[in-house]
Design a protein around this ligand. Structure first.
Ligand SMILES: [Cu+2]
Length: 496
Protein backbone atom coordinates (compact mmCIF):
# COMPACT_ATOMS: atom_id res chain seq x y z
CA UNK A 1 0.00 0.00 0.00
CA UNK A 2 1.38 3.39 -0.94
CA UNK A 3 1.87 6.13 1.59
CA UNK A 4 -0.80 8.22 -0.10
CA UNK A 5 -3.22 5.37 0.11
CA UNK A 6 -2.48 4.83 3.77
CA UNK A 7 -3.07 8.51 4.39
CA UNK A 8 -6.42 8.19 2.68
CA UNK A 9 -7.42 5.38 4.98
CA UNK A 10 -6.42 7.34 8.02
CA UNK A 11 -8.35 10.35 6.85
CA UNK A 12 -11.37 8.18 6.24
CA UNK A 13 -11.14 6.85 9.74
CA UNK A 14 -11.14 10.38 11.07
CA UNK A 15 -14.06 11.54 8.98
CA UNK A 16 -16.56 8.76 9.39
CA UNK A 17 -19.38 10.67 7.75
CA UNK A 18 -18.11 10.24 4.22
CA UNK A 19 -17.08 6.75 4.88
CA UNK A 20 -19.60 4.51 3.24
CA UNK A 21 -19.26 6.16 -0.12
CA UNK A 22 -15.55 5.80 0.12
CA UNK A 23 -15.87 2.18 1.13
CA UNK A 24 -18.11 1.27 -1.74
CA UNK A 25 -15.78 2.99 -4.20
CA UNK A 26 -12.97 0.86 -2.94
CA UNK A 27 -15.10 -2.22 -3.02
CA UNK A 28 -15.92 -1.57 -6.64
CA UNK A 29 -12.24 -1.18 -7.43
CA UNK A 30 -11.42 -4.38 -5.68
CA UNK A 31 -14.28 -6.52 -6.78
CA UNK A 32 -12.21 -8.33 -9.37
CA UNK A 33 -9.43 -9.25 -6.96
CA UNK A 34 -8.71 -12.86 -6.13
CA UNK A 35 -10.02 -13.44 -2.61
CA UNK A 36 -7.32 -15.95 -1.85
CA UNK A 37 -4.48 -13.55 -2.50
CA UNK A 38 -5.98 -10.44 -1.03
CA UNK A 39 -3.92 -8.87 1.70
CA UNK A 40 -5.30 -7.22 4.74
CA UNK A 41 -4.39 -3.58 4.43
CA UNK A 42 -6.06 -1.45 6.98
CA UNK A 43 -9.28 -0.61 8.62
CA UNK A 44 -11.06 2.47 7.51
CA UNK A 45 -14.28 2.86 9.32
CA UNK A 46 -14.01 2.17 12.97
CA UNK A 47 -13.54 5.16 15.17
CA UNK A 48 -13.03 2.51 17.79
CA UNK A 49 -10.03 1.27 15.92
CA UNK A 50 -7.18 1.35 18.37
CA UNK A 51 -4.49 1.40 15.70
CA UNK A 52 -4.43 1.83 11.96
CA UNK A 53 -2.86 -1.60 11.77
CA UNK A 54 -5.15 -3.87 13.81
CA UNK A 55 -8.78 -4.38 12.87
CA UNK A 56 -11.06 -3.75 15.84
CA UNK A 57 -12.43 -6.84 17.52
CA UNK A 58 -16.07 -7.70 16.93
CA UNK A 59 -18.12 -9.12 19.78
CA UNK A 60 -21.32 -10.53 18.25
CA UNK A 61 -24.41 -9.75 20.36
CA UNK A 62 -22.43 -7.54 22.76
CA UNK A 63 -21.83 -3.79 22.41
CA UNK A 64 -18.48 -2.04 22.42
CA UNK A 65 -17.79 0.41 25.23
CA UNK A 66 -17.11 3.92 23.89
CA UNK A 67 -14.69 6.26 25.60
CA UNK A 68 -13.96 9.96 25.92
CA UNK A 69 -10.54 11.53 26.03
CA UNK A 70 -9.46 13.56 29.04
CA UNK A 71 -6.08 14.92 28.15
CA UNK A 72 -4.12 11.82 27.28
CA UNK A 73 -6.41 9.48 29.23
CA UNK A 74 -9.09 7.24 27.72
CA UNK A 75 -12.09 7.44 30.05
CA UNK A 76 -14.59 4.58 30.22
CA UNK A 77 -17.78 4.26 32.28
CA UNK A 78 -19.03 0.92 33.56
CA UNK A 79 -22.17 0.51 35.64
CA UNK A 80 -22.70 -2.73 37.51
CA UNK A 81 -26.44 -3.39 37.43
CA UNK A 82 -29.24 -5.93 37.04
CA UNK A 83 -29.78 -6.88 33.40
CA UNK A 84 -32.62 -8.55 31.54
CA UNK A 85 -30.80 -10.79 29.10
CA UNK A 86 -32.73 -12.66 26.40
CA UNK A 87 -30.79 -15.88 26.00
CA UNK A 88 -33.04 -17.29 23.28
CA UNK A 89 -36.31 -15.82 21.99
CA UNK A 90 -38.79 -15.77 24.84
CA UNK A 91 -36.30 -16.80 27.51
CA UNK A 92 -35.34 -13.70 29.43
CA UNK A 93 -33.06 -14.22 32.40
CA UNK A 94 -32.55 -11.83 35.30
CA UNK A 95 -28.78 -11.54 35.30
CA UNK A 96 -26.31 -9.04 36.64
CA UNK A 97 -23.95 -7.34 34.23
CA UNK A 98 -22.62 -4.00 33.09
CA UNK A 99 -24.28 -1.19 31.12
CA UNK A 100 -27.36 -3.26 30.35
CA UNK A 101 -25.50 -6.27 29.04
CA UNK A 102 -24.30 -9.61 30.41
CA UNK A 103 -21.55 -10.08 29.48
CA UNK A 104 -20.65 -6.41 29.76
CA UNK A 105 -19.49 -4.29 26.83
CA UNK A 106 -16.13 -4.95 25.21
CA UNK A 107 -13.30 -2.53 25.96
CA UNK A 108 -10.60 -2.06 23.34
CA UNK A 109 -7.38 -0.19 23.95
CA UNK A 110 -3.86 -0.10 22.57
CA UNK A 111 -0.84 -1.13 24.54
CA UNK A 112 0.66 1.98 26.10
CA UNK A 113 -2.71 3.66 26.68
CA UNK A 114 -3.51 5.27 29.98
CA UNK A 115 -7.11 4.47 30.93
CA UNK A 116 -9.52 5.66 33.59
CA UNK A 117 -12.49 3.40 34.25
CA UNK A 118 -15.25 4.84 36.37
CA UNK A 119 -17.20 1.99 37.95
CA UNK A 120 -20.61 2.76 39.44
CA UNK A 121 -22.40 0.18 41.52
CA UNK A 122 -26.15 0.04 40.90
CA UNK A 123 -26.49 -3.37 42.49
CA UNK A 124 -28.27 -3.92 45.81
CA UNK A 125 -25.02 -5.15 47.37
CA UNK A 126 -21.32 -4.38 47.32
CA UNK A 127 -19.15 -5.29 44.36
CA UNK A 128 -15.57 -4.91 43.19
CA UNK A 129 -13.99 -4.83 39.76
CA UNK A 130 -11.00 -7.00 39.05
CA UNK A 131 -8.81 -6.49 35.99
CA UNK A 132 -7.92 -10.08 35.22
CA UNK A 133 -4.25 -10.54 34.44
CA UNK A 134 -3.43 -6.85 34.41
CA UNK A 135 -0.01 -5.81 35.62
CA UNK A 136 -1.16 -2.70 37.45
CA UNK A 137 -0.45 -1.23 40.91
CA UNK A 138 -2.05 -3.37 43.60
CA UNK A 139 -4.42 -0.63 44.71
CA UNK A 140 -5.97 -0.85 41.22
CA UNK A 141 -6.38 -4.65 41.30
CA UNK A 142 -9.95 -4.66 42.58
CA UNK A 143 -9.48 -7.36 45.21
CA UNK A 144 -12.16 -6.53 47.79
CA UNK A 145 -10.96 -6.32 51.34
CA UNK A 146 -7.26 -6.46 50.51
CA UNK A 147 -6.51 -3.94 47.76
CA UNK A 148 -9.59 -1.78 48.29
CA UNK A 149 -12.87 -1.55 50.14
CA UNK A 150 -15.75 -3.11 48.23
CA UNK A 151 -17.77 -0.60 46.22
CA UNK A 152 -20.94 -0.07 48.26
CA UNK A 153 -24.39 -0.08 46.66
CA UNK A 154 -24.76 3.34 45.05
CA UNK A 155 -21.00 3.85 45.32
CA UNK A 156 -18.28 4.52 42.79
CA UNK A 157 -14.63 3.58 42.39
CA UNK A 158 -12.34 5.15 39.83
CA UNK A 159 -9.63 2.92 38.46
CA UNK A 160 -6.76 4.43 36.52
CA UNK A 161 -3.63 2.82 35.13
CA UNK A 162 -1.29 2.64 32.18
CA UNK A 163 -1.37 -0.54 30.12
CA UNK A 164 1.77 -2.10 28.75
CA UNK A 165 0.42 -5.57 27.94
CA UNK A 166 -1.10 -6.97 24.74
CA UNK A 167 -3.74 -9.65 24.33
CA UNK A 168 -7.16 -10.94 25.32
CA UNK A 169 -7.89 -9.85 28.85
CA UNK A 170 -11.13 -9.34 30.73
CA UNK A 171 -12.75 -7.58 33.64
CA UNK A 172 -15.06 -9.18 36.16
CA UNK A 173 -16.64 -8.74 39.55
CA UNK A 174 -14.42 -10.24 42.21
CA UNK A 175 -17.42 -11.44 44.20
CA UNK A 176 -17.61 -15.14 43.35
CA UNK A 177 -21.36 -15.50 43.11
CA UNK A 178 -21.69 -12.28 41.15
CA UNK A 179 -19.43 -13.86 38.52
CA UNK A 180 -22.04 -16.59 38.14
CA UNK A 181 -24.72 -13.93 37.56
CA UNK A 182 -22.95 -12.71 34.42
CA UNK A 183 -20.51 -10.05 35.60
CA UNK A 184 -17.67 -10.21 33.11
CA UNK A 185 -16.60 -8.33 30.00
CA UNK A 186 -13.79 -8.52 27.45
CA UNK A 187 -10.83 -6.15 27.64
CA UNK A 188 -8.73 -6.39 24.49
CA UNK A 189 -5.30 -4.77 24.44
CA UNK A 190 -4.18 -4.33 20.87
CA UNK A 191 -0.49 -4.22 20.05
CA UNK A 192 0.92 -0.93 18.79
CA UNK A 193 1.80 -2.65 15.55
CA UNK A 194 -0.31 -5.47 14.19
CA UNK A 195 1.04 -8.99 14.46
CA UNK A 196 2.25 -10.78 11.39
CA UNK A 197 0.46 -12.44 9.78
CA UNK A 198 -2.29 -9.88 10.25
CA UNK A 199 -5.90 -10.95 10.55
CA UNK A 200 -8.85 -9.70 8.53
CA UNK A 201 -11.47 -10.54 11.15
CA UNK A 202 -11.03 -10.57 14.89
CA UNK A 203 -13.88 -11.89 17.07
CA UNK A 204 -14.46 -12.15 20.82
CA UNK A 205 -16.63 -14.86 22.37
CA UNK A 206 -17.26 -15.00 26.11
CA UNK A 207 -18.30 -18.38 27.50
CA UNK A 208 -20.80 -18.40 30.38
CA UNK A 209 -23.21 -20.81 32.00
CA UNK A 210 -26.33 -20.48 34.12
CA UNK A 211 -28.59 -22.79 36.09
CA UNK A 212 -32.14 -21.50 35.67
CA UNK A 213 -35.14 -23.60 36.56
CA UNK A 214 -37.83 -23.65 33.94
CA UNK A 215 -40.36 -21.63 35.91
CA UNK A 216 -38.12 -18.79 37.10
CA UNK A 217 -35.79 -16.18 35.61
CA UNK A 218 -33.04 -15.94 38.22
CA UNK A 219 -29.98 -18.21 37.95
CA UNK A 220 -29.14 -20.37 40.92
CA UNK A 221 -25.54 -19.33 41.35
CA UNK A 222 -24.94 -22.09 43.93
CA UNK A 223 -25.70 -24.78 41.42
CA UNK A 224 -23.04 -26.99 39.92
CA UNK A 225 -25.05 -28.12 36.93
CA UNK A 226 -26.03 -25.79 34.17
CA UNK A 227 -28.84 -25.77 31.66
CA UNK A 228 -28.09 -22.52 29.81
CA UNK A 229 -24.70 -22.35 28.11
CA UNK A 230 -23.99 -19.13 26.28
CA UNK A 231 -21.69 -17.49 23.76
CA UNK A 232 -21.79 -13.74 24.39
CA UNK A 233 -24.99 -14.06 26.41
CA UNK A 234 -26.89 -16.06 23.78
CA UNK A 235 -27.52 -19.76 23.34
CA UNK A 236 -27.95 -21.40 19.95
CA UNK A 237 -29.83 -20.74 17.75
CA UNK A 238 -29.90 -17.11 19.00
CA UNK A 239 -26.13 -16.70 18.72
CA UNK A 240 -25.05 -14.49 15.81
CA UNK A 241 -22.82 -16.30 13.30
CA UNK A 242 -19.32 -15.03 12.56
CA UNK A 243 -19.40 -13.81 8.96
CA UNK A 244 -16.19 -14.31 7.04
CA UNK A 245 -15.20 -13.87 3.41
CA UNK A 246 -13.45 -16.86 1.93
CA UNK A 247 -9.67 -16.56 2.19
CA UNK A 248 -9.64 -14.21 5.13
CA UNK A 249 -7.42 -14.85 8.11
CA UNK A 250 -9.56 -15.00 11.23
CA UNK A 251 -8.81 -14.67 14.91
CA UNK A 252 -11.30 -15.82 17.53
CA UNK A 253 -10.65 -14.84 21.14
CA UNK A 254 -12.37 -17.16 23.60
CA UNK A 255 -12.81 -16.13 27.23
CA UNK A 256 -14.21 -18.40 29.94
CA UNK A 257 -15.62 -17.43 33.30
CA UNK A 258 -17.84 -20.08 34.83
CA UNK A 259 -17.74 -23.39 36.69
CA UNK A 260 -16.67 -25.56 33.73
CA UNK A 261 -13.86 -25.81 31.22
CA UNK A 262 -15.04 -25.77 27.64
CA UNK A 263 -13.42 -27.64 24.72
CA UNK A 264 -14.29 -25.34 21.83
CA UNK A 265 -14.31 -27.09 18.49
CA UNK A 266 -14.31 -25.64 14.97
CA UNK A 267 -15.53 -27.62 11.99
CA UNK A 268 -13.81 -27.66 8.61
CA UNK A 269 -10.54 -25.95 9.51
CA UNK A 270 -7.39 -26.42 11.54
CA UNK A 271 -6.36 -23.52 13.71
CA UNK A 272 -3.36 -22.53 15.79
CA UNK A 273 -3.50 -21.17 19.32
CA UNK A 274 -1.73 -17.82 19.11
CA UNK A 275 -2.53 -16.38 22.51
CA UNK A 276 -3.58 -17.12 26.08
CA UNK A 277 -4.77 -14.99 28.95
CA UNK A 278 -1.10 -14.06 29.28
CA UNK A 279 -0.90 -12.56 25.81
CA UNK A 280 0.64 -13.51 22.47
CA UNK A 281 2.38 -16.87 22.21
CA UNK A 282 5.60 -17.28 20.23
CA UNK A 283 5.06 -18.72 16.78
CA UNK A 284 7.32 -21.65 17.65
CA UNK A 285 4.55 -22.92 19.96
CA UNK A 286 1.83 -22.92 17.32
CA UNK A 287 0.69 -26.38 16.28
CA UNK A 288 -2.43 -27.33 14.34
CA UNK A 289 -5.61 -28.32 16.11
CA UNK A 290 -9.35 -27.90 15.87
CA UNK A 291 -10.38 -28.05 19.54
CA UNK A 292 -9.04 -25.78 22.23
CA UNK A 293 -9.75 -26.29 25.91
CA UNK A 294 -10.61 -22.95 27.46
CA UNK A 295 -10.29 -23.43 31.20
CA UNK A 296 -12.02 -21.35 33.82
CA UNK A 297 -10.44 -17.90 34.07
CA UNK A 298 -8.48 -18.47 30.86
CA UNK A 299 -8.57 -16.96 27.41
CA UNK A 300 -7.38 -18.55 24.19
CA UNK A 301 -6.81 -16.87 20.83
CA UNK A 302 -7.06 -19.11 17.79
CA UNK A 303 -6.24 -18.15 14.20
CA UNK A 304 -6.94 -19.82 10.89
CA UNK A 305 -7.30 -19.05 7.22
CA UNK A 306 -10.95 -19.45 6.26
CA UNK A 307 -10.28 -21.26 3.01
CA UNK A 308 -13.06 -23.84 3.16
CA UNK A 309 -16.45 -22.55 2.00
CA UNK A 310 -19.45 -23.41 4.13
CA UNK A 311 -21.46 -22.81 7.28
CA UNK A 312 -19.18 -24.37 9.86
CA UNK A 313 -20.18 -25.06 13.43
CA UNK A 314 -18.16 -23.59 16.27
CA UNK A 315 -19.21 -25.08 19.58
CA UNK A 316 -18.31 -26.43 22.97
CA UNK A 317 -17.94 -30.17 22.59
CA UNK A 318 -19.20 -31.17 26.04
CA UNK A 319 -22.46 -32.91 25.08
CA UNK A 320 -24.39 -31.26 27.90
CA UNK A 321 -23.19 -27.87 26.70
CA UNK A 322 -24.80 -28.39 23.31
CA UNK A 323 -28.34 -28.28 24.59
CA UNK A 324 -30.81 -25.84 26.05
CA UNK A 325 -33.25 -26.02 28.87
CA UNK A 326 -35.07 -29.16 27.82
CA UNK A 327 -32.23 -31.41 28.94
CA UNK A 328 -34.47 -33.21 31.41
CA UNK A 329 -36.51 -34.64 28.56
CA UNK A 330 -33.72 -37.09 27.83
CA UNK A 331 -33.87 -40.79 28.48
CA UNK A 332 -36.39 -43.30 29.68
CA UNK A 333 -37.01 -41.26 32.82
CA UNK A 334 -39.25 -38.95 30.86
CA UNK A 335 -41.37 -41.83 29.65
CA UNK A 336 -42.29 -43.04 33.13
CA UNK A 337 -45.28 -41.81 34.96
CA UNK A 338 -44.53 -40.21 38.27
CA UNK A 339 -40.75 -40.20 38.03
CA UNK A 340 -38.67 -37.79 40.04
CA UNK A 341 -37.75 -34.82 37.88
CA UNK A 342 -34.87 -33.57 39.98
CA UNK A 343 -33.22 -33.94 43.32
CA UNK A 344 -31.28 -31.80 45.71
CA UNK A 345 -27.72 -30.91 44.86
CA UNK A 346 -25.97 -33.87 46.46
CA UNK A 347 -28.18 -36.49 44.91
CA UNK A 348 -28.55 -34.52 41.72
CA UNK A 349 -24.80 -34.84 41.30
CA UNK A 350 -24.83 -38.51 42.18
CA UNK A 351 -23.65 -38.14 45.78
CA UNK A 352 -26.11 -40.46 47.42
CA UNK A 353 -27.03 -40.14 51.04
CA UNK A 354 -28.62 -43.56 51.15
CA UNK A 355 -29.40 -46.50 48.94
CA UNK A 356 -27.90 -47.65 45.68
CA UNK A 357 -27.22 -45.41 42.72
CA UNK A 358 -28.89 -47.85 40.40
CA UNK A 359 -32.02 -48.44 42.45
CA UNK A 360 -35.38 -47.74 40.93
CA UNK A 361 -35.75 -44.75 43.20
CA UNK A 362 -32.40 -43.09 42.52
CA UNK A 363 -31.35 -44.23 39.08
CA UNK A 364 -33.45 -42.02 36.89
CA UNK A 365 -32.55 -38.84 38.68
CA UNK A 366 -28.76 -39.13 38.84
CA UNK A 367 -27.05 -36.12 37.40
CA UNK A 368 -30.27 -34.41 36.53
CA UNK A 369 -30.93 -32.36 39.60
CA UNK A 370 -31.00 -28.63 39.28
CA UNK A 371 -29.62 -28.30 42.78
CA UNK A 372 -30.73 -26.30 45.74
CA UNK A 373 -34.37 -25.42 45.55
CA UNK A 374 -35.05 -27.86 42.75
CA UNK A 375 -38.02 -30.07 42.20
CA UNK A 376 -37.30 -32.80 44.73
CA UNK A 377 -40.90 -32.87 45.77
CA UNK A 378 -42.32 -32.41 42.33
CA UNK A 379 -43.31 -35.37 40.23
CA UNK A 380 -43.99 -35.08 36.55
CA UNK A 381 -45.45 -37.56 34.14
CA UNK A 382 -45.13 -37.58 30.40
CA UNK A 383 -47.16 -39.75 28.13
CA UNK A 384 -45.28 -41.85 25.58
CA UNK A 385 -44.18 -40.04 22.46
CA UNK A 386 -46.22 -41.04 19.44
CA UNK A 387 -44.58 -41.03 16.07
CA UNK A 388 -47.64 -40.04 14.11
CA UNK A 389 -48.74 -37.23 16.37
CA UNK A 390 -47.78 -33.73 15.35
CA UNK A 391 -46.20 -32.05 18.31
CA UNK A 392 -48.38 -28.96 18.21
CA UNK A 393 -51.26 -31.04 19.57
CA UNK A 394 -49.26 -31.46 22.73
CA UNK A 395 -47.70 -28.03 22.82
CA UNK A 396 -49.98 -25.50 21.15
CA UNK A 397 -48.48 -22.60 23.06
CA UNK A 398 -45.02 -23.30 21.69
CA UNK A 399 -46.37 -23.25 18.19
CA UNK A 400 -48.09 -19.95 18.82
CA UNK A 401 -44.71 -18.61 19.86
CA UNK A 402 -43.35 -19.40 16.44
CA UNK A 403 -41.85 -22.85 16.79
CA UNK A 404 -42.17 -24.79 13.57
CA UNK A 405 -43.27 -27.98 15.32
CA UNK A 406 -43.25 -30.74 12.73
CA UNK A 407 -44.05 -34.35 13.41
CA UNK A 408 -41.59 -36.20 15.62
CA UNK A 409 -39.06 -37.96 13.44
CA UNK A 410 -39.13 -41.26 15.34
CA UNK A 411 -39.94 -44.84 14.45
CA UNK A 412 -43.25 -46.46 15.31
CA UNK A 413 -41.66 -48.73 17.87
CA UNK A 414 -39.54 -45.98 19.42
CA UNK A 415 -41.01 -46.32 22.88
CA UNK A 416 -40.02 -49.98 23.08
CA UNK A 417 -36.34 -49.25 22.41
CA UNK A 418 -34.25 -49.01 25.61
CA UNK A 419 -32.75 -45.56 25.97
CA UNK A 420 -35.29 -43.74 23.85
CA UNK A 421 -35.60 -40.78 23.67
CA UNK A 422 -32.25 -39.05 23.46
CA UNK A 423 -32.38 -36.39 20.77
CA UNK A 424 -35.99 -36.84 19.68
CA UNK A 425 -37.12 -33.69 21.41
CA UNK A 426 -33.99 -31.72 21.82
CA UNK A 427 -32.75 -31.53 18.29
CA UNK A 428 -34.23 -31.59 14.90
CA UNK A 429 -36.87 -29.98 12.77
CA UNK A 430 -39.44 -30.16 15.57
CA UNK A 431 -37.54 -27.54 17.47
CA UNK A 432 -36.73 -25.28 14.54
CA UNK A 433 -37.38 -21.57 15.00
CA UNK A 434 -35.70 -20.10 11.93
CA UNK A 435 -38.12 -17.15 11.77
CA UNK A 436 -37.80 -16.31 15.44
CA UNK A 437 -34.05 -15.85 15.16
CA UNK A 438 -34.04 -14.36 11.68
CA UNK A 439 -31.25 -11.80 11.08
CA UNK A 440 -28.95 -10.90 8.21
CA UNK A 441 -26.17 -13.13 9.49
CA UNK A 442 -28.49 -16.15 9.22
CA UNK A 443 -29.49 -15.40 5.63
CA UNK A 444 -29.25 -18.42 3.36
CA UNK A 445 -28.79 -21.05 6.07
CA UNK A 446 -30.40 -24.38 5.34
CA UNK A 447 -34.13 -24.34 6.27
CA UNK A 448 -34.68 -25.90 9.69
CA UNK A 449 -31.09 -25.22 10.76
CA UNK A 450 -32.15 -23.64 14.04
CA UNK A 451 -33.58 -26.91 15.35
CA UNK A 452 -30.08 -28.29 15.63
CA UNK A 453 -28.40 -25.36 17.35
CA UNK A 454 -28.36 -25.12 21.12
CA UNK A 455 -26.13 -24.13 23.98
CA UNK A 456 -22.60 -22.96 23.24
CA UNK A 457 -22.94 -23.11 19.50
CA UNK A 458 -22.64 -20.77 16.55
CA UNK A 459 -21.47 -20.77 12.95
CA UNK A 460 -18.37 -19.53 11.25
CA UNK A 461 -19.86 -18.81 7.83
CA UNK A 462 -17.11 -18.87 5.22
CA UNK A 463 -18.80 -17.22 2.27
CA UNK A 464 -17.95 -16.58 -1.38
CA UNK A 465 -17.59 -12.85 -2.11
CA UNK A 466 -21.06 -12.38 -3.61
CA UNK A 467 -22.87 -14.01 -0.70
CA UNK A 468 -20.68 -12.19 1.78
CA UNK A 469 -21.50 -8.84 0.16
CA UNK A 470 -25.18 -9.74 0.13
CA UNK A 471 -25.22 -10.29 3.88
CA UNK A 472 -23.33 -7.05 4.45
CA UNK A 473 -25.95 -5.25 2.35
CA UNK A 474 -28.72 -6.79 4.43
CA UNK A 475 -26.98 -5.62 7.57
CA UNK A 476 -26.65 -2.12 6.23
CA UNK A 477 -30.34 -2.08 5.36
CA UNK A 478 -31.28 -3.34 8.78
CA UNK A 479 -29.18 -0.64 10.38
CA UNK A 480 -31.18 1.78 8.26
CA UNK A 481 -31.37 5.18 9.85
CA UNK A 482 -29.65 4.18 13.02
CA UNK A 483 -26.42 6.00 13.77
CA UNK A 484 -23.42 4.48 12.10
CA UNK A 485 -22.42 1.35 13.91
CA UNK A 486 -18.74 0.75 14.26
CA UNK A 487 -18.62 -2.96 14.72
CA UNK A 488 -19.98 -4.36 11.50
CA UNK A 489 -17.73 -6.95 9.95
CA UNK A 490 -16.88 -6.16 6.38
CA UNK A 491 -17.25 -2.43 6.78
CA UNK A 492 -14.23 -1.85 8.89
CA UNK A 493 -11.64 -2.57 6.28
CA UNK A 494 -11.09 -3.35 2.65
CA UNK A 495 -8.89 -5.52 0.54
CA UNK A 496 -6.76 -5.10 -2.46
CU1 LIG B 1 -18.68 -26.47 27.55
Amino acid sequence: MSGTRRKLFQDAALFGAGLFGFTSQLRAQQASGNPLTRKHISNVSSLNSPTAASPPVLTPDVPDLPHEMDGGVKVFHLTAEPVKQEIVPGRVADLWGYNGSAPGPTIQVTSGDRVRIIVDNHLPEATSMHWHGFEVPVEMDGAPGSSQDPIAPGGRFVYEFTLHQEGTYFYHSHMAMQEMMGMIGAFVMHPKNAYKPGVDKDFVIILQEYAILSNITVPNSMNMEFNWLTFNGKSGPATTPLIVRQGERVRIRLINLGMDHHPIHLHGHQFVVTGTEGGRQPESTWGPGNTVLVGVAQSRDVEFVANNLGDWMLHCHLPHHMMNQMASMVGPMSRRNGMLAGLDMERGMGMLRQGSGTSEENGPSLGRGMGVGSTFEQRVSNSPLKAARPMQQDMPSMQRQGMQMGKPDVSNDANSVPGFPQDAFMEGPMMAMDQMVDKPENFGLRPGWSGFMAGMMTFVRVLPPDKYDQIMELRKKQEGNKPMKMDLPGMEHNHE
